[in-house]
Design a protein around this ligand. Structure first.
Ligand code: ADP
Ligand code: MG
Length: 715
């Protein structure tokens, strides 16, 4: 164990100077940290190419060649010295080394480390050069190749022909910590560590899962014997990482469900049944499944903490209302919290519609509720007359007192903070109310399982029948004229149009300018009084925003120009066209959210993605995918693969509970699922991990990195 904590400067081949560099650049200071710094890729150095075969299409090449000529260049490419003799290296800007084998000649270029390489690369001597070939002025060269002696002097490095490549920085390279040096340092670390290395997983886990030992895994992740050994090592390390992560999350969930009492709600009640019976449609199978899941939470005697995911229009609100009615049937009040006033109003209108004939009183409380209403609502909540309250933050800030709050439904989780929830709890009885968080941001299941590892996740993965698909098209700038004509045709049919601009610039002022320019263009193409154009953006006051949104929602404007403020929420069934400007600047999930704003009415709807002239390959792929599928989960999976989970819409705030070292949530979904199942199995047998065979697990979870914040209190 002491070896693990040993400062790396005492490892052979490191020393204080390199140790300092590794600490500053990579935050590695102990042997333990070093050994868990894995190669990010491997190169097969068993093959040597001929110079004639080298092409810039190859990722890496290795050639064995003789040094022919060395030329030093100063400023403005003046040749400084090609002869022997004293060279003033501080004036050298570039060194060109021409090398040859029997098939031809090529150039190696150095901008750094010149003195060192100049002294080594004597004409007439033979070396192995390794690097990425590139084409420059029609010729092929390699910049900063790795240079090895031909006789196997580096052979104290163990392993086969695969060599690990580690992330590095410019500063490290300048300080002489080349790829080869890094390999040697890792070899020293392994030598120091492996003889006394303790296995980190219990023996039965290794057996059950058919994993190689930690010793094998570490040796082969750094110095693979062959590709099969590397694959086993990688699997073991990824599994272990994800297994501990899931174990820690699930363990917290166990603790919480044991400690956190919940209000038992055993009945369904008449109000639920009346509402259910009078629905003009039947629930989708997905809605029914989710309601069952919620029912079983409510009856469990533990607090429900459930995340409900579903695409826009999948019928989450319906499910929320039915859940409120169960609470009502058990004698409890519910609140539904929305992030904006417009959304709260919309929820209220919907909820009221669903509640017709149930006899349940419902009210709306927002920042703009008048004093008289407010008093009335306070009284109704305190006496218990009001069964369901819909509202914004006002519900929290206000001195509202509930008679018996039993359920909080929170829409769009990321807009509500920890403090706010705590305040809400304080308004209820002594037992915390059940919580249902709804989000229309589809998060891939693998990610949800990890981000909300201690929340239960329900997914509505099915849209109500009869929904018309939104036709999505991608156009370039040259089609703007046709676009305006199309918009006019739709407006002539009585429809409305959204036009959305991205936030482009760092500064809000510049973004606003971009939006205003777009607004002026639209107004010029759609002149008043024939057309009415409303504008909404982040710099407006809430009143101004509400006023303009309402004007559009009520049909008083034909076009709404906005930044992404319309992303969350508003239902305007009459809007049939969504135009997204500079569409390549949006993430897939964001585009999907925006597209979800149309296609809510009975009319055929369109989403038109307008791209800028120059669009990267990546972006083009994203936009093509948008045109191809309307499935939010498919898009979210793709988005995560392309951008990594950190960038995923709606997950920035939560972040990952633990930084992953080798596993990737985007790519290792299968291993994650396996790790989670197995963690569940382990905890089912030993929830406190107190059995002797689980001692290693318990030890690992004591580490600081698993001291995860309580996610159930954050969402
Ligand atoms: P979400 O909150 O997920 O965006 P809503 O609950 O607002 O979705 O539902 C969108 C629309 O679909 C509403 O008009 C709602 O009345 C309707 N709806 C919900 N469930 C169904 C269903 N099972 N069949 C038909 N229409 C439904
Ligand atoms: Mg909704």
């Amino acid at each position: 164990m002491t070896q693990l904590k040993m400062d790396i400067q005492y490892l052979p081949g490191v020393g204080p100077r390199r140790a300092m560099m590794l600490k500053n650049e990579l935050e590695i200071s102990t042997v333990d940290e070093l050994i868990h710094f894995y190669p990010f890729r491997y190169v097969d150095r068993s093959t040597v190419q001929r110079i004639a075969e080298v092409s810039p299409d190859l990722a890496f090449v290795q050639i064995m060649a003789e040094v022919k000529r060395v030329t030093l260049y100063g400023p403005d490419s003046n040749v400084l010295n090609t002869l022997q003799g004293p060279v003033r290296f501080n004036t050298v800007k570039r060194m060109s080394v021409i090398v040859s084998d029997e098939s031809g000649e090529m150039e190696m270029v150095f901008f750094k480390g010149i003195k060192w390489n100049y002294e080594k690369l004597k004409p007439g001597s033979i070396f192995i050069f390794f690097g990425k070939p590139q084409s420059f002025n029609g010729r092929i060269n390699i910049v900063h190749p790795e240079v090895d002696a031909v006789s196997g002097q580096g052979s104290q490095i163990p392993g086969g022909t695969l060599t690990g490549v580690y992330s590095s920085t410019e500063k490290m390279k300048n300080a002489g910590i080349s790829g080869k040096v890094m390999n040697k340092i890792q070899a020293s670390a392994l030598n120091a560590l492996l003889p006394n290395l303790e296995e980190s997983l219990p023996d039965y886990v290794i057996r059950d899962k058919g994993l190689p030992s930690l010793n094998f895994a570490l040796k082969n992740i750094h110095f693979p014997q062959d590709t099969a050994a590397l694959a086993r090592a990688t699997y073991r390390l990824k599994f272990e990482e994800l297994f501990f992560l899931q174990l820690s999350l699930l363990k917290q969930k166990y603790i919480r469900s044991r400690e956190e009492r919940g209000i038992p709600m055993n009945k369904v009640g008449e109000a639920f049944n009346n509402c259910y019976k009078s629905l003009p449609f039947s629930l989708t199978d997905a809605q029914k499944r989710v309601i069952k899941e919620i029912r079983s939470d409510l009856m469990s005697g533990h607090q429900m903490n459930r995340l409900l995911q579903g695409d826009v229009g999948s019928g989450k609100t319906m499910v929320a209302v039915l859940t409120c009615l169960i609470a009502y049937g058990n004698g409890y009040q519910s609140c539904i919290m929305a992030p904006t006033e417009v959304l709260a109003q919309q929820h209220f209108a919907n909820v009221r519609k669903y509640l017709e004939g149930t006899g349940v009183e419902c009210a709306l409380l927002t920042g703009s509720s008048g004093a008289k209403d407010r008093r009335n609502i306070h009284e109704g909540l305190e006496s218990g007359r009001i069964g369901i309250i819909v509202g914004t933050h006002a519900l929290i800030e206000d001195n509202v007192v509930f008679h018996k709050l039993g359920l909080a439904v929170i829409d769009e989780q990321h807009r509500f903070g920890v403090d706010q929830r705590a305040k809400l709890w304080a308004k209820g009885p002594s037992i915390a109310p059940h919580v249902l968080v709804m989000t229309a941001t589809p998060i891939p299941r693998t990610l949800a399982m990890t981000l909300y590892g201690d929340l239960d996740v329900s997914v509505i993965d099915e849209l109500p029948p009869g929904r018309k698909p939104v036709q999505t098209m991608l156009i370039g700038q040259n089609r703007r004229h046709a676009l305006h004509k199309f918009m006019k045709d739709e407006i002539a049919k009585g429809r409305q149009v959204f036009v959305v601009y991205p936030l482009i610039f760092e500064s809000e002022k510049l973004d606003l300018k971009n939006l205003e320019q777009g607004y002026e263009d639209i107004v010029a193409a759609f002149p008043f009084p024939e057309y009415k154009v409303a504008i909404v953006h982040g710099q407006q006051s809430n009143e101004e925003k509400n006023f303009n949104m309402k004007a559009f929602a009520a049909g008083r404007a034909n076009i709404l120009v906005s930044t992404t403020v319309i992303e969350v929420g508003v239902d305007v069934p009459n809007a049939s066209v969504m135009v997204i400007e500079s569409a390549q600047r949006f993430g897939l999930s964001q585009l999907h959210q925006l597209r979800g704003r149309v296609g809510r009415g009975s009319e055929k709807s369109y989403c038109i993605l307008v791209k800028d002239e120059k669009v990267s390959k990546e972006s083009q792929k994203r936009l093509d995918l948008m045109c191809r599928t309307e499935n939010g989960f498919e898009l979210a999976e793709e988005d995560m693969k392309m951008r990594g989970p950190g960038d995923l819409e709606g997950t920035q705030q939560s972040g990952l509970p633990i930084a992953l070292n080798i596993a990737s949530l985007a790519k290792d979904g299968r291993i994650l699922a396996e790790a989670r199942d197995y963690a569940q199995y382990v905890l089912d047998n030993d929830p406190a991990l107190s059995l002797p065979q689980n001692a290693r697990l318990k030890d690992e979870l004591r580490k600081d990195k698993y001291k995860v914040k309580d996610y159930s209190k954050i969402s």
